[in-house]
Design a protein around this ligand. Structure first.
Ligand code: ADP
Length: 320
């Protein structure tokens, strides 16, 4: 990148005094950690990113091109010190993760006993219904606990297990896990893969989970005997995984909120029973962002929705 910012001005914006900035290289005035975060931003592009420096500080970096009459004259970079918020957030995440972890053992115990209850003697119809309700409730709790643990891992700065994996394998693993759920609703899963084998650098388990959550929603919100299209294609230096359904769609008012944690749309035509923790899409978003990618969707009420998950084929060191 050309460093079009005037050095003293940019240093003052970064909280460095004018005297300390004059005659000193931009890297020295700003500090190596902060400088390297802006040095690879392509000239003329906007960007928002978290920056962690070696002295333990966290900044929110906002970069915008400075344009006059369509001409880009330079770049403005704003660093907001968010260290205190990040520390609070880490404490909250740690608390939620500890509680979720502690809940796993009693849940396993309860599930085990509930399942062997039938072996202890015959149950009448009413008892059988109650037992099934208990097992369903325990299943939901287990998946909520697992979702909270996954979000905790994604929120923490723990490194992802990045490996080069064939996109085809990711799609195949998702189809294998979701097949019976689709068949139960008589839903056809139509898969389309790139013509050439395509490799992506990713944490395979997380990428499978992100795609699985999208397919799970597509099945959950589609009516019986529907169709879902699952497509993987190369777009530039990224793979885009698309999950298209022909379900109820998402109301404009809900569209801005569906990636929020614990959010469920108020009411959806054709969706009788609500299940799920409201964490599925939040997890997809975190997984996409931890890989330096993104997730977005298009939806029309009554027509269906398409969710797009874009993951760069190569991981830069910064995103893990
Ligand atoms: P959950 O499915 O557990 O409620 P998610 O985070 O996966 O939570 O989704 C949040 C909300 O977004 C859902 O409650 C639903 O209202 C809406 N939604 C997600 N995917 C779809 C879809 N494919 N079709 C319609 N609505 C959807």
């Amino acid at each position: 990148m050309d460093h079009h910012l005037c050095q003293p001005c940019s240093s003052i914006a970064a909280g460095v005094g004018r005297k300390a900035a004059l005659g000193v290289s931009l890297a020295r005035a700003l500090g190596e950690g902060v400088f390297s975060a802006v040095s690879d931003v392509p000239f003329g592009e906007s960007l928002t990113r978290d920056v962690h420096t070696s002295d333990g500080k966290a900044y929110l970096l906002l970069v915008e091109p400075l344009k006059v009459d369509e001409r880009t004259l330079g770049m403005i970079a704003i660093f907001k010190d968010v260290s205190a918020f990040k520390a609070q957030d880490a404490t909250k995440t740690e608390f939620v993760t500890t509680v979720s972890h502690e809940l796993r053992s009693p849940l396993t115990l309860m599930e085990g006993y509930a399942k062997i209850l039938r072996l202890a003697g015959n149950l009448n119809d009413q008892q059988e219904t109650y037992l099934n309700n208990i097992i369903t409730g325990l299943d939901e709790m287990r998946s909520l606990v697992q979702n909270l643990l996954d979000l905790g891992r994604l929120d923490s700065n723990d490194a992802l297990e990045i490996k080069s994996v064939p996109v085809e394998d990711i799609v195949r693993r998702v189809v294998e896990t979701m097949d019976s759920q689709a068949k139960n609703k008589n839903i056809e899963l139509d898969v389309s893969l790139p013509d050439e084998p395509l490799m992506v650098e990713a944490d395979a388990a997380f990428l499978v989970q992100a795609l699985k959550n999208l397919v799970d929603n597509a099945i959950k919100y589609s009516s019986n005997k529907g169709r879902i299209n699952l497509k993987a294609q190369k777009q530039g230096e990224a793979v885009v995984l698309t999950v298209e359904d022909f379900g109820p769609g998402i109301a404009p008012l809900d569209q801005r909120k569906i990636f929020k944690r614990f959010y469920h749309a108020e009411s959806q035509v054709g969706v009788e029973e609500r299940s799920g923790s409201g964490l599925g899409l939040a997890i997809v978003k975190s997984i996409a962002e931890r890989h330096g990618g993104k997730v977005w969707f298009e939806s029309k009420l009554g027509r269906g929705s398409s969710f797009y998950l874009q993951i760069p084929l190569k991981q830069s060191k910064k995103s893990d």
